[in-house]
Design a protein around this ligand. Structure first.
Ligand SMILES: C[S@@+](CC[C@H](N)C(=O)[O-])C[C@H]1O[C@@H](n2cnc3c(N)ncnc32)[C@H](O)[C@@H]1O
Length: 214
């Protein structure tokens, strides 16, 4: 599915979020606490925007994804970074390789969330950060009402305009299925992370979780 929508993916992100997705990625990259001399892995990197944010902070960054068409666009946008094909549920890197491991809007697509979190934790070094940036469902009105109207009505229409209604009907369903902030925090702890905390932004629509590998 992501190979199919690769060509419209960046434009759709900007339209659906009024360009705010760059700011959210910036905050996720800040929580990864990387800088010159550190290494970072961005899994499910897609077209590479979170990997690029990490690299802006001076880190040596690898982006990995299993959709070749998404990676091709990432390589065009950031030829200086390393982009590799790989499954987030079975990462090819040895234990304790990276100072930070991130995922942006990818975890809700993992067919096995716990396995994905365990893999991200495994390849982070002890004391390194694991960051999960994801859409979450706001619980209280008026945001919850706006969110439902936006995701259930507007996003599928935008998907129709972009030529792939199925992919953009999948999006709200995948968000609904994804655990809320408390549960995701608990599952990150169970995956081997300590000091798990999160921030909610964009009126509670976006959650950015961070934990430290024990
Ligand atoms: C919504 S996109 C997010 C892309 C990018 N991280 C961003 O912030 O825009 C989800 C990405 O997750 C990738 N993905 C989903 N499950 C994966 C897995 N098990 N292994 C690798 N990539 C995966 C898809 O190929 C897709 O590129």
């Amino acid at each position: 599915m992501f190979d199919r929508i690769a060509a419209v993916y960046d434009l759709m992100n900007s339209v659906m979020t009024a360009g705010m997705h760059h700011r959210w990625r910036g905050r996720a990259a800040d929580l990864a606490e990387v800088g010159p001399g550190s290494t970072a892995l961005d899994v499910a990197t897609g077209t590479g925007d979170l990997a690029i944010e990490l690299a802006r902070r001076g880190a040596e960054v690898t982006g990995s994804d299993f959709a070749p068409a998404m990676l091709e666009l990432a390589r065009k946008k950031a030829p200086g970074l390393t982009f590799e094909e790989g499954d987030a549920l079975s990462l090819r890197y040895p234990d304790e390789t990276f100072d930070a491991v991130t995922v942006g809007f990818g975890a809700r697509n993992f067919s096995d969330l716990d396995r994905g979190l365990e893999e991200m934790t495994r390849v982070a070094r002890r004391g390194g950060r694991v960051v999960v940036l994801e859409i979450t469902t706001p619980q209280k009105p008026p945001l919850s009402l706006f969110f439902r109207a936006w995701f259930d009505r507007v996003v599928p229409q935008l998907g129709r305009l972009a030529g792939d209604p199925d992919a953009y009907s999948y999006l709200p369903n995948s968000v609904r299925r994804f655990p809320g902030p408390e549960e995701l925090g608990a599952r990150m702890s169970a995956a081997g992370l300590a000091d798990v905390r999160w921030i909610l932004t964009a009126g509670g629509i976006i959650a950015i979780h961070v934990g430290t590998r024990r």
